[in-house]
Design a binder for this molecule. Sequence first.
Ligand SMILES: NC(=O)c1ccc[n+]([C@@H]2O[C@H](COP(=O)([O-])OP(=O)(O)OC[C@H]3O[C@@H](n4cnc5c(N)ncnc54)[C@H](OP(=O)(O)O)[C@@H]3O)[C@@H](O)[C@H]2O)c1
Length: 255
Amino acid sequence: MTLGFVGTGTITAAIVRGLRRDGDDRPIVLSPRNAVLATELAAGLPDVQVAASNQDVLDRCDTVFIAVTPQVVAEVMGDLRFEPRHRVISLVATVSMRRLSELVEPAGRLRRAVPLPFVAVGLGGTLLYPTDPEIAALFDRLGRAITLASEDDIDVLTVASATMSAYFATMANIDSWLVEKGIPAEQSRAYLAQLGIGLAAAAADHPNVSYAQLVHNYATPGGLNEQLRQHLDKTGAQQSYSEGLDALFTRVKGR
Ligand SMILES: NC(=O)c1ccc[n+]([C@@H]2O[C@H](COP(=O)([O-])OP(=O)(O)OC[C@H]3O[C@@H](n4cnc5c(N)ncnc54)[C@H](OP(=O)(O)O)[C@@H]3O)[C@@H](O)[C@H]2O)c1
């Protein structure tokens, strides 16, 4: 199975690098834009080629990922001739299945997927709708595929993926506090990064332990962890977070 990509930007590069890093040897054909990145990927990785045009990608592949920005997606896809043999996987979060089916007619199989940049290093959940065992297996190589039961669930989970900058803002806050107290910057960074890895592993390795249970497991009654959590609860930080999620959801639904 040759994998084609229309749009060679950040997320295509992450998927292609992640696949090769994991030893996947399926041939890959990239569209020529962005030319610098496409050439770099083709020069540095085995069996990655740059097509002559977007149409050339389709002509050479049955499975095609669409990875252009929402602003140009209709124009780009409108110029392409799809065939029933094509399986099209749109990575463009704002294009619904209904709209996708209009844009790629008469392609036979349509999917939506939402990977995260960490797929480049084999980490991160990739949302997939509808079910497709072959594509799920591909994203399992790059972290974990999460196949959704409903297209609407993509919108809900998109809100969760928008917490990344806020997460780093919390880390930056703690980091600055540590450095102000005299901890060398490298030590602060190493300590916080390892803390993050450990906490993520605690959740990933024990999927049957709820987050609510982890809140208790990681707080000795009367201890420091409990004190900080209660302080944040009392000062409204968690409530404010929930309100922020609601506001994002309203925005996502309105697109
Ligand atoms: N980045 C992420 O983490 C992420 C995650 C999930 C989904 N997505 C989705 O994936 C899509 C791509 O995101 P991205 O971050 O990879 O964007 P990006 O880095 O801007 O890449 C988009 C690429 O499309 C190319 N392009 C523009 N016009 C084109 C055309 N007519 N034909 C072929 N290619 C064309 C651009 O080339 P030029 O540079 O030459 O203009 C650019 O390299 C978006 O819809 C985004 O919502 C992104």
